[in-house]
Write a protein that binds this ligand. Structure first.
Ligand code: GTP
Ligand code: MG
Length: 461
């Protein structure tokens, strides 16, 4: 499917740059190129996928606007699948805007957000999960997030979904064949191993759905809050994890008043770390407000690092913090391991939720135990040892929902066949499963889902 209109946009970020790229896609890409571009050497035709040097000349005023490199790429072997023109201008916002205006005057219209990628999807250059991976790749914050997105863009996830779909189609073929037999021997006419074929497939789909939490965390990053009573060394730990003196550290309790936030890469996960004000009985209204805000942050965190002072005994504030983290993964961290220890670590372990890891001893000041701590943070967040990366991972909630629908449909189909109900019912459930799987790669994703995905893109992608 080729669009009738031609779209154009500046594809590089706004601001000054060495080069700025303008992209044009659609049937008028070539005629527009011919109108505006004057090659430095006489050329009869645009040779597809070749760079040519020349000038952009305004057909309206005859003024030379910029000295550029132009690539004309004939569809369908282009990003969008359509004829595409890419003009590399000098990277000034005014130059780019002026050239874009000439392109629009010559018959293109401004592209909407993500419209180039949307056309790539509509022209089947990418499936929907790959289009989502384009955005994941652009927004990746860690090497690991980048690798996961690149895998999805390459088609790792599409291939898995393709395998699931063809397995469901095989089952559907068997079930539909049995519909042609008379009602009494309907189920008997199924090959003996049909029912056994369901469970491994349901398990594989469920396992892929279960990669969502990990995939999302790797894609989006997480929020981790460092909390504890005053002076336990929260700011020292933030500085240690960042590798720079970001937060003020003093021996005076109550040094940190506001949140200090920075992002660090911990085992391939982008962690948004927040250093907070120490929790204590507030002495004034300012402190009271600050402490109330800390509790709010704690409730919204993906994980909490609860810092305790190993050189002191447990206080009421420590206990309050230990008790107050229901539902949020909590890592107890015992700081100041370099000093004589007075904290009863066994007592803390008893106060932690059953599933929690044992407390980790560190010295934020001298750096001891930091590697163990980052490994524990990573494993707590990913809820599995980081080395065991599944082959294909999902990172979007809509994928998880679709996989769960597919697994549920398959389960109902299997149960219905096992209970010897009419095979038509099982066929219906199998079609539902097939449709759910198809939504991931996009064949039959609802229009508003497709719209929502592409409006998250920037203009020019
Ligand atoms: N010996 C020792 N001292 C530490 C360690 N970590 C922090 N400190 C000291 O403890 C004091 C308080 O450290 P901060 O990092 O400011 O503590 P905080 O928890 O941010 O304190 P508030 O911002 O007041 O809540 C400073 O004097 C630090 O040098 C450690 O591992 N060992
Ligand atoms: Mg502090």
């Amino acid at each position: 499917m080729t669009s009738r209109d031609t779209i154009a946009a500046i594809a590089t970020p706004s601001g000054l740059g060495g080069i700025g790229l303008i992209r044009v896609s659609g049937p008028a890409a070539e005629p527009i190129g011919r109108r505006l571009f004057r090659p430095s050497r006489r050329l009869v035709v645009f040779v597809s996928h070749h760079l040519i040097r020349g000038e952009i000349v305004s057909p309206r005023t005859g003024a030379v606007l910029d000295d550029v490199l132009v690539a004309f790429m004939k569809g369908p072997h282009t990003y969008t699948g359509e004829d595409t023109l890419e003009i590399s201008c000098h990277g000034g916002p005014l130059i780019l805007r002026t050239v874009l205006e000439e392109i629009l005057a010559a018959g293109a219209r401004p592209a909407q957000r993500g419209e180039f990628t949307k056309r790539a999807f509509l022209n089947e250059r990418l499936d929907l999960s790959q289009a989502e991976a384009v955005l994941d790749l652009i927004t990746a914050q860690t090497q690991r997030g980048m690798a996961a997105a690149a895998g999805r863009l390459k088609g790792d996830l599409s291939d898995r979904i393709g395998d699931f779909r063809s397995a469901v189609i095989d089952l559907l073929a068997v079930v539909e064949a049995s519909i042609d037999f008379s009602a009494e021997d309907g189920v008997e006419s199924l090959p003996g191993d049909t029912l056994q074929a369901f469970q491994p497939l349901i398990d594989a789909i469920t396992a892929l759905a279960a990669t969502y939490r990990r995939g999302r965390i790797i894609r989006e990053g997480v929020r981790v809050v460092i909390a504890g009573r005053p002076n336990v060394g929260k700011s020292s730990l933030l500085n240690r994890l960042l590798g720079e003196k970001r937060a003020i550290v003093t021996p005076i309790p109550g040094t940190t008043r506001d949140f200090i936030e920075e992002t660090v890469d911990i085992g391939g996960v982008a962690v948004r770390l927040t250093d907070t004000a120490g929790i204590r009985q507030p002495e004034n209204a300012i402190e009271q407000e600050g402490i109330a805000l800390v509790w709010e942050r704690l409730a919204a965190a993906d994980a909490v690092l609860l810092l305790l002072d190993g050189s002191a005994t447990l206080t009421a504030e420590d206990r309050e913090l230990l008790a107050g983290q229901e539902g949020t993964p909590l890592l107890a961290v015992v700081n100041k391991a370099d000093l004589p220890q007075r904290l009863d670590v066994g007592e803390i372990a008893g106060l932690l939720p059953e599933a929690a890891r044992p407390p980790i001893r560190i010295s934020a000041k001298y750096g001891a135990g930091i590697e163990e701590l980052t490994a524990a943070i990573r494993d707590t967040l990913l809820a599995a040892p980081a080395e065991e990366e599944p082959e294909a991972m999902i990172a979007h909630l809509r994928h998880k929902a679709a996989l769960e629908r597919a697994a549920a449909g398959l389960t109902r189909a299997r149960d219905s066949l096992r209970d010897r109900r009419a095979p038509e019912l099982a066929a219906l459930e199998l079609r539902e499963a097939l449709e759910a799987l198809g939504e991931i790669t996009g064949g039959n994703a609802p229009e508003e889902v497709v719209e929502r995905i592409f409006t998250r893109f920037c203009v020019g992608k």
